[in-house]
Design a binder for this molecule. Structure first.
Ligand SMILES: Nc1nc2c(c(=O)[nH]1)N[C@H]1C(S)=C(S)[C@@H](COP(=O)(O)O)O[C@H]1N2
Ligand SMILES: [Mo]
Length: 405
């Protein structure tokens, strides 16, 4: 999809770093911009203003000129080189889906809740808003997102009501195990049973188990960055599972079905799975797992030059575990600490980082970043993901090819 290279394609870069890595920690060099922002008002401020007149972007030679950033009517990638603030505007927010874009009138919209509940209900948008309204900053990433483009991601301030508040208002029966979320979008699918194939109209659906559905974080949201959701983002209502990959965030949410049986829809048990080889008791075994929480990832989003000084800006995405560090490495140099941006410190939000690249010489370079969280998880190299067969959840370090003018 979208002309994102599949693994094995020539422009998906293999990590060219030494197996042995020496880590040198030095004082973090604050960019002149960061210092200026701190100095002006005395509190840490957003350090990445939009490209200034005096700032020029260096060329990423691994981003082809013919990328289709938009595929009308309903697909869009974020050009990461244009990230210029903590939040991704709705007009730039990446978008993807399987069955096109249903159009739902917010005035007549009802969210139906049925199954193992005491009171089956149909709630209007106003009913939901009356149950409460909270804001949450959450980073967003499609599990198919990967380098070198990494354009299926963004960061938003979402407004909605906690899912469990809505579920509890319907009364959840003790035997309820599986919470199925259906979008208003649907398509005809080949459903296989033994040797037969049935053609059946199915809605887009995904499920959460009881523990996750009734946990504090998931929300039913109606606004992004203070504006009602657009049709791209699932107007009028979508599920948001902070810290999980994009597929969990059902758009055009129309129905919640509470049941005891496992939900086995195509996008639950087949398409959004990861198949990866692991050493189990000394043997390589292929293990299939569900796509759930986001894996720690970072990438360099842009390199610019301002008054002779090179500045690197990048993104960190994860599952909400605090970020311990981001390091940057240029060519065969040592890993150096980057600086995490003070304006992006929400638990589930993406973090932006900056790095002052001193003495960048004209010509071609490779620049790579790696993130570490406080649980000691380190962003893997391409080699470390070599036994992963399926392309989802590809959080490998992205050695970025940049040409300094
Ligand atoms: N109803 C519905 N919800 C959906 C999908 C879909 O096809 N239909 N696609 C999922 C996937 S795979 C992703 S990555 C996100 C994309 O959300 P966005 O378009 O706001 O970026 O929506 C998720 N929710
Ligand atoms: Mo996705």
């Amino acid at each position: 999809m979208f002309g994102i290279p599949k693994p094995g394609n020539a422009i998906l870069l293999r990590c060219a770093m030494d197996a042995k890595r020496e880590q040198t920690r030095r004082d973090v060099l604050k960019s002149s911009l960061a210092l200026a922002a701190l100095g002006a008002v005395g509190v840490p401020e957003w350090v990445l203003p939009p490209l200034e007149a005096a700032e020029t972007a260096e060329t990423f030679t691994d981003i082809p000129a013919n990328v289709r950033w938009e595929t009308p009517p309903d697909r869009r990638l974020l050009d990461i080189r244009t990230i210029d603030g903590p939040f991704t505007p709705a007009s730039k927010f990446a978008t993807t889906q399987h069955y096109g874009h249903p159009s739902i009138d917010p005035a007549t919209f009802r969210l139906k809740i049925s199954g193992l509940v005491d009171k089956p209900t149909a709630l209007s948008l106003d009913d939901l808003k009356r149950m409460g309204s909270t804001d949450l900053v959450a980073g967003f990433e499609c599990s198919g997102n990967r380098g070198p483009l990494n354009g299926l991601c963004g960061n938003g301030r979402w407004t909605g009501v906690p899912l469990r508040k809505v579920l509890q208002s319907a009364g959840i029966k003790p035997e309820a195990r599986e919470f199925v979320f259906f979008g208003a979008d649907k398509g005809e699918e080949d459903v296989q049973w033994r040797t037969q194939t049935f053609k059946i109209d199915v809605p887009f659906g995904r499920s959460l188990n009881r523990e996750k559905a009734l946990s504090p974080d998931p929300m039913l949201v109606w606004a992004l960055n203070g504006e009602p959701l657009t049709r791209h983002q699932g107007s009028p209502l979508r599920l948001l599972v902070p810290g999980w990959y994009g597929v969990a965030n059902i758009k055009w949410l129309s129905q919640i079905r509470v049941q005891a049986d496992a939900y086995t829809g195509k996008y639950q048990t087949w398409w959004y799975r990861t198949i990866k080889g692991e050493m189990i008791d000394g043997e390589l075994k292929y293990v299939e797992t569900a796509v759930t929480h986001m894996n720690l990832k970072s990438f360099v989003a842009r390199v610019t030059k301002v008054e002779g000084q090179h500045k690197v800006v990048g993104v960190v995405l994860g599952d909400g575990t605090p970020i311990k560090s981001v390091e940057v490495k240029v060519d065969d140099g040592p890993w150096q600490l980057a600086e995490l941006d003070a304006a992006t410190k929400d638990k589930y939000g993406w973090r932006l980082f900056t790095y002052a690249w001193n003495g960048a010489s004209s010509g071609d370079h490779v620049i790579v970043s790696r993130a570490t969280d406080t649980n000691g998880r380190v962003q893997p190299t391409e080699e470390q993901l070599a036994t992963k067969k399926s392309f989802l959840e590809h959080n490998a370090q992205v050695p970025r090819k940049v040409r300094i003018a």
